[in-house]
Ligand binder design. Structure first.
Ligand code: MG
Length: 367
């Protein structure tokens, strides 16, 4: 089987809550997502999706996905999409870095492999654990009272894990953590995700000020070294995210005992192949995981579900249903949240069929 054609579509994904805000005054109102279609000479087609969290979260931006596909795509025509390790080596040889550009192609090729094998991706990635997986709900950055007021509604949707967007003024962040923690019930989990927004001394101050609160601290500072310094003075369970973008830094972080949980995002690592490798390593090393992506709609949510559902449950801290945050559905068959949980499709591949009327005309065409 050979890759015969690569197409990409640009889709706008507005938010039910109008805007999503996190550290440093960063926000997005309409997400710019790219859906990648890989056609083969065997008549099997696969789909992937890449949706950066704006241009200022990771070193990735929406037009960069499309520009990168135009650069990378011609090297992949004629390659076998089912031979994923080989395909990833080819992508890395043709385009240095830019993991997010490769993510949509890799995802689409897993979809093709699943269709070729007549198996869901989660079964190809190791097996389906249990009936479904636990979702978290991100609480966009607002005033402490506004954020605390959101918890009841999210709990009514079944969410029991809450990721609080902090990384602002440390004094206000202390209030945010306390206000939301007051709304928690037994069995809930709270994460204060600073998204690199604090400097080292502020992060230590916040952690000490909420020492009595049952909360995880996520990615307090910009650099790995700052985060490690905070970790060493912090009694809370600790999560690293933005700085963990490949296996080398993951192994270093393990050696330094720099985290208890790691947030692995599919496009940050460069696709499902590389994220699965990191996931399996974390299972072997006893590190919990949040498995997700930077953002996305139905296709990304389907890919996340397969990755999460094939992870031993004790290591899956939590995962995300981005398609429930956005107002536009781009595919049939994507996982739908049920009581704060979701399940990977039992259909072959990712188990989705894109709504071509929503995708419109392709903006990238490589033959
Ligand atoms: Mg995070």
């Amino acid at each position: 089987m050979k890759i015969a054609r690569i197409l990409a579509y640009r889709v706008e994904l507005p938010l039910h809550e109008t805007t999503y805000k996190w550290s440093g005054g960063k926000s997005v109102t309409v997400f710019d997502s790219t859906i990648v279609q890989v056609d083969t000479d065997a008549g099997i087609t696969g789909y992937g999706e890449v949706c950066p969290l704006g241009p200022f979260y990771l070193p990735a931006y929406a037009d960069g996905v499309r520009a990168g596909l135009r650069e990378l795509g011609p090297h992949l025509i004629g390659e076998d999409p089912r031979q994923l390790a080989k395909l990833n080596r080819k992508m890395d040889a043709a385009l240095k870095g830019h993991p997010y550009v490769k993510s949509g192609i890799d995802m689409a090729c897993w979809d093709i492999l699943g269709h070729a094998a007549a198996l869901p991706v989660c079964e190809l990635m190791g097996g389906r654990f249990g009936a479904d997986v636990t979702l978290y709900r991100a609480i966009s950055q607002e005033s402490p009272d506004q954020m605390a007021a959101k918890v009841a509604g999210y709990r009514a949707e079944g969410y029991r894990r809450f990721q609080l967007k902090v990384g602002g003024d440390p004094d206000v962040d202390i209030e945010r953590i306390r206000a939301v923690a007051d709304k928690l019930q037994t069995g809930d989990r709270l994460v204060a995700d600073a998204n690199t927004g604090w400097v080292q001394h502020e992060a230590i101050r916040v952690a000490k000020a909420v020492r009595d609160v049952d909360v995880y601290i996520e990615q307090p500072c910009l650099t790995y070294e700052e985060c490690l310094a905070v970790r060493r003075q912090c009694e809370h369970p600790f999560i690293l995210d933005e700085t963990i973008d490949d296996l080398n830094i993951l192994l270093r972080a393990r050696a330094d005992l720099a985290m208890d949980v790691v947030n692995l995002k599919i496009s940050k690592l460069g696709g499902l192949t590389k994220t699965r490798q990191a996931r399996d390593l974390c299972v072997s090393m006893g590190i919990g995981m949040t498995l997700e992506d930077s953002w996305g709609g139905d296709v990304v949510t389907a890919a996340i579900a397969h990755l999460a559902h094939s992870t031993p449950p004790e290591f899956l801290f939590t995962t995300t249903d981005f398609n429930s945050y956005v107002t536009v559905s781009t595919a049939d068959g994507a996982p739908q949240r049920v009581n704060g949980r979701m399940a990977a499709s039992t259909a072959p591949g990712l188990g989705i069929s894109p709504k071509m009327s929503v995708l419109g005309k392709p903006v990238v065409r490589i033959v």
